[in-house]
Design a protein around this ligand. Structure first.
Ligand SMILES: O=C(O)CCC(=O)C(=O)O
Length: 311
């Protein structure tokens, strides 16, 4: 039972929110990890990354946001100023967000040996990350609606997973990732996505519609209707969660009374032996699912912009 969770402005009853199962003791046991992914739709690992490296990346990203006036010093605390000078100082928003998303300290974590090894343990073979990834600073009031990832990444490898990494400690009030328990078995939602035969040329509106079909009703209502619960945790720097393309997820509302910005990355991993030449996600200048590269991400807009994050 977890307290302090708000979704779409509504307090989630504590009995409807439970902790992730921690698979870190089983990290070396590939077949067990595969079985658990099959059973639960996710794998949560507490404290398996180097905490200092994760915090260095946090400092790097928030330092860039402090330089455009969006984060107050000391930047590592991640407290929003409520204002922004991004448009004046970095008028090429796409270039700015790409450069922040490709910072060396950040990439050392998201694309480094440690995370490759973790994903490889799960696949039972060498893994490779997509170059393109989503760095998400989410300010007070922001959240990500519930959705599935499959439509965004369909057409590439059949074994893609999402790897979600908190960059800092993220208590429930700061709006971390949430997963809907058992949602990989909601056949009425999952099967139509599989049947839609989405490919890389599918127009983005269709992709978006397919991904978000799970969030047609209010989140708390959906939990009642499906007799299920939310899974989440008070994340710590060093944690990692991996989930399947058919696991419904989103984020809780950030209602940090300190005005702290939640910082995380979601990056896709797949077996290295699978095709990895999709220009949307690989190469030095990946286009992203819509074709707008890093500029199409909501986080490319100044942090003060009022938005509810979608993919
Ligand atoms: O971090 C978030 O707000 C949502 C993450 C997400 O949608 C994803 O990992 O696919």
């Amino acid at each position: 039972m977890l307290h302090d969770c708000i979704s779409q402005g509504i307090a989630v009853p504590p009995e409807m929110v439970v902790e992730f199962h921690d698979s870190s003791p089983d990290l070396q046991k590939g077949s067990l990890l595969q079985q658990r992914m099959h059973d639960d739709g996710y794998l949560f690992f507490r404290g398996i990354l180097n905490r200092e490296q994760v915090l260095e990346a946090r400092q790097e990203v928030f330092g860039r946001l402090a330089a455009v006036g969006e984060i107050r010093e000391p930047a590592i605390d991640g407290i929003a100023t409520g204002t922004s000078h991004r448009l004046e100082r970095e008028p090429d928003l796409t270039r700015f967000w790409k450069s922040v998303s490709e910072g060396p300290a950040l990439r050392r974590v998201t694309h480094g040996d440690d995370l490759r090894r973790v994903a490889g343990q799960y696949f039972g073979e060498k893994s490779i990350p997509h170059e393109y990834m989503f760095l998400r600073p989410a300010a007070f009031g922001q959240s990500t609606n519930l959705h599935y990832d499959f439509p965004f990444f369909a057409g590439g490898s059949n074994h893609i997973v999402t790897v979600w990494v908190p960059f800092g400690d993220i208590p429930l009030c700061d709006g971390p990732l949430m997963i809907v328990e058992g949602s990989h078995r909601f056949d009425d939602l999952v099967q139509p996505m599989k049947d839609a035969m989405l490919d890389p040329k599918t127009d983005f509106a269709t992709i978006q519609q397919a991904a978000y079909m799970g969030s047609t009703s209010e989140n708390v209502k959906l939990l009642h209707e499906r007799n299920t619960r939310i899974l989440s945790t008070n994340f710590l720097a060093g944690d990692v969660i991996i989930f399947s393309m058919f696991t419904m997820h989103g984020s809780l509302d950030n209602h940090s009374s300190a005005g702290r910005v939640r910082l995380s990355v979601d990056v896709r991993y797949q077996p290295a032996a699978d095709p990895h030449d999709d220009p949307r996600f690989f190469g030095p200048n990946p286009t992203g699912a819509k074709g707008g590269s890093y500029g199409e991400q909501k986080a490319a807009q100044p942090l003060t912009a009022p938005w509810v994050s979608r993919q």
